[in-house]
Design a protein around this ligand. Structure first.
Ligand code: ATP
Ligand code: MG
Length: 295
């Protein structure tokens, strides 16, 4: 573990200082596997960090984690160690590009993909004990309608749904929006079209989803933009780097950086919403007294 660990009183004082700063939490999801959730999460987090914000990226694809591999960072510990009580959440954090703080998960550990609801809640609550400075938390979720996807999405302020123009992606995105809205009280969604191959494809894809959601669900959707299919993105993966850093003027980089500028303007709702949330204490906004002094 790190030699730079804070004493209990320092950690408590920092936690109190940060308590007045609400953290914007963005869950990146999509229903279908392979639509680009991790690519979008990692590049969105790196781009917001490059804009000077304090950003944390949580790999919430708990059994098949790959954020660390994608960004070329070495993770010694992961959330599995936290759940087993072997270390605290701050011990698993690794630093990525532009000071991005990455919370890695395990890969290939079956029981991590099948945690109980209480264990998911435990992970979310553990964030409230962090004394780190965080402006934005980006959460990369797993594929499908797994309970972890629903819990982490519900605990976020903004749900970014990544879709491709394929029938299975559209159907899965719709299914996810339906379950999140009907069973988890999530009413607002941002739709991001990925892998687009011509101009106009993203807005058309958004319209398709909007039509069916308007007809059957009580939700509000916004179009977050389009990320074109880009070979540079694949090359960046080979280099284990974010495309926004490795090929900053590529077409996918431009689109992902535009998304980051947009996401930076999304607001954080005030007050707790009555269900499990990340950083809920900071939402409530504890007051900082003059006695808050680092020892
Ligand atoms: N815009 C794009 N252009 C080219 N390749 C892309 C694009 N977006 C994603 N990819 C590639 O598609 C593959 C799947 O992407 P990614 O791992 O981000 O998807 P995912 O939704 O996180 O998958 P999973 O459901 O398995 O977690 C990767 O090889 C990635 O490099
Ligand atoms: Mg993924």
């Amino acid at each position: 573990m790190s030699d730079l660990r804070l004493s209990r009183s320092q950690a408590a004082a920092l936690q109190e200082l940060n308590a007045s700063r609400p953290v914007k939490v963005i869950a990146v999801t999509g229903g279908k596997g392979g639509v680009g959730k991790t690519t979008v999460s990692a590049n969105l987090a790196v781009s917001i960090a490059a804009q000077g914000r304090e950003v944390m990226l949580l790999d919430a694809d708990l059994g098949m984690a790959n954020v660390d591999v994608l960004l070329g960072v070495h993770a010694r510990y992961h959330l599995g160690h936290v759940l087993r009580g072997e270390c605290a959440i701050e011990d698993v954090i690794v630093t990525g590009p532009h000071g991005l703080q990455i919370v890695p998960a395990a890969s290939g550990i079956k029981q991590m993909a099948n945690l109980s609801a209480a264990e998911h809640a435990g992970i979310i609550r553990a964030f409230s004990d962090l004394y780190h400075n965080v402006d934005v938390l980006v959460v990369d979720t797993a594929a499908g309608l797994h309970e972890s996807v629903l819990t982490f999405s519900q605990a976020a302020h903004h749900v970014l749904v990544v879709v491709c123009d394929e029938p299975a992606s559209i159907t899965d995105a719709y299914a996810l929006i339906k379950v999140l809205s009907r069973e988890h009280g999530v009413q607002r969604f941002q739709i991001l079209a990925n892998h687009t191959r011509r101009s106009g494809e993203g807005p058309q894809l958004y319209q398709k989803i909007l039509r069916v959601c308007d007809r059957f669900l009580n939700v509000s959707l916004e179009f977050a933009g389009s990320v074109p299919y880009d070979d540079y993105l694949r090359r960046a993966v080979q280099r284990q780097a974010a495309v926004v850093d490795a090929y900053p003027s590529s077409i996918s980089s431009t689109a992902l950086k535009n998304l980051a500028v947009k996401a930076d303007k999304w607001t954080v709702p005030q007050g707790a919403r009555g269900h499990l949330e990340f950083f809920v204490e900071r939402m409530v906004g504890a007051r900082i007294g003059p006695e808050t002094v680092l020892q």
